[in-house]
Design a protein around this ligand. Structure first.
Ligand code: DLL
Length: 433
């Protein structure tokens, strides 16, 4: 099913005409409303009148998190503050959060896009949507909530935490769709098993998971453990929140970008050069319709590639491949670049290894070291030391063979790695301390 058939199946020509029209009006508006953007465009030698086709957008300067920081909290809003009906914020790694704002119309747009995403992922009116994304400054909870209401489904505003109670509600209310981070989905599955609840006794049929990277193996593990279809949803506060792109339940092979609202580019993160579809690089977005807080060529730091192949679901929007990492979470271990998600992929393919792990990066002298703390199942943990040593060696070898790095493995007792209620912290980098 498609929520907005007209918009989601536009021909490429019609889509690009619409994008260009929206881009022109955005640039004109932002140029006159925000001195900071005007100055940046002047410096780059580009004026609104220079935008006469879509590729002219490549002349526009990028926007980065640093630009948002310099204008903290409301400096890049393009409407008077009295027209802003909601703010959200994402926690920055350094100090101040990134603040984003919405007009009444922006909230309507966002709800519409989230409704699209939910339908794309297989939800319908009549579903009981169990929303465990955190409510608050984080965009996950309220963003998904408004979309579920727009769809006309019943929404249970759970927020994160209190896992046993979540399970009780799931049973009693008959939740059919689960919304949360993939790491919290695993946490829910584990608690269900601890208290003896068989997932197949629940009405859950689909989980719409996002807000953090997860590997294909992790996805399959969640599907198996919760007896559902797991679908990937992507978004970021600076662009709108959840509902920028979503996988379709039909293919589960890449996330459809809602391109009538968000123009996507993939660039070489080192040179800023735009890459052709199919090549992996940093994802960049221009919001085409947002009123209060539009962004122009915002560098997400997320790594992906665009998929232009038509999709069997009928949507014509290009897809983006699952985000496998960020330019800033790449680890360089003795010269080899590796993303935590690649290690996760290897770990999840080994029998007896639980989907709970933490990576500890350190520096000994001038060399970076990597250690993975990996939980194993009860049965394995109670095996002889010799068996455990054998398993550690197997994992180390597998990582070395596939990724070319040395990663010391420490097998830890079941349930010793902290469980997540929202975004999991999988990497502890002691080099920065
Ligand atoms: O995480 C919005 C969101 C809420 C998306 C609920 C999906 C579901 P932020 O807190 O601003 O917003 O974090 C955005 O999270 O740049 C990615 O690095 C990461 N991220 C979001 N979705 C995915 C995903 C929300 N499906 C940052 N896969 C983004 C991988 C994701 N990473």
């Amino acid at each position: 099913m498609i929520w907005n058939n007209e918009a989601e199946t536009l021909s490429r020509d019609a889509l690009e005409t619409l994008q260009l029209q929206r881009l022109k009006s955005l640039i004109t508006r932002v140029y006159s409303a925000v001195p900071y953007y005007r100055q940046k465009m002047d410096q780059a030698g580009v004026a609104p009148s220079d935008i006469s086709n879509l590729s002219d957008s490549q002349r526009l300067p990028f926007t980065t998190k640093e630009d948002l920081r310099l204008n903290y909290p409301f400096g890049l809003f393009t409407v008077p503050l009295e027209d802003v009906v909601r703010v959200h914020a994402s926690s920055g790694t350094t100090g101040k959060p990134t603040v984003v704002g919405y007009t009444k119309e922006d909230i309507v747009t966002w709800a519409e896009l989230m409704a699209r995403a939910l339908v794309c992922a297989g939800a319908h009116k009549g579903d009981m949507i169990h929303n465990s994304y955190g409510y608050g400054l984080f965009t996950g909870g309220l963003g998904a909530h408004y979309g579920a209401e727009r769809l006309g489904a019943t929404v249970i505003p759970m927020s994160g935490g209190n896992t046993r109670r979540q399970i009780m509600i799931m049973q009693d209310f008959g939740s059919t769709v689960l919304l949360c981070t993939p790491s919290y989905a695993l946490n829910l599955a584990e608690v269900m098993s601890d208290i003896g609840i068989e997932p197949s006794s629940l009405k859950l049929k689909v989980g719409i998971f996002g807000a953090e990277p997860w590997s294909q193996n992790m996805k399959e593990e969640i599907e198996r453990k919760l007896n559902i279809d797991a679908v990937d949803i992507y978004g970021l506060s600076e662009v709108i929140g959840p509902g920028v792109s979503c996988e379709c339940i039909e293919e589960k092979g890449g996330l459809h970008i809602f391109e009538d609202h968000f123009m996507a580019e993939v660039i070489n993160p080192d040179t800023g050069e735009v890459l052709p579809p199919g090549e992996t690089g940093e994802l960049v977005f221009t919001t085409l319709t947002k009123e209060a807080f539009p962004v122009i060529r915002y560098r997400t730091k997320d790594l992906t590639k665009l998929i232009t192949k038509p999709c069997s679901c009928g949507r014509t929007f290009y897809r983006m491949q699952r985000v496998t990492g960020r330019t800033d979470d790449m680890l360089i271990i003795r010269g080899v670049n590796v993303f935590p998600s690649q290690i996760e992929h290897v770990l999840m393919s080994i029998k007896g290894v639980e989907p709970h792990y933490q990576l500890i990066v350190d520096r000994k002298g001038s060399l970076d070291t990597l250690e993975a703390h990996v939980e194993v199942s009860e049965e394995i943990f109670s095996d002889e030391i010799k068996m455990l040593e054998g398993l550690s060696r197997t994992i180390e070898k597998e990582i070395k063979d596939l990724l070319g790095i040395t990663c010391k493995i420490k097998l830890v007792e079941p349930k010793t790695i902290q469980r997540s209620e929202g975004k999991a912290q999988r990497v502890i980098d002691n080099r920065k301390i």
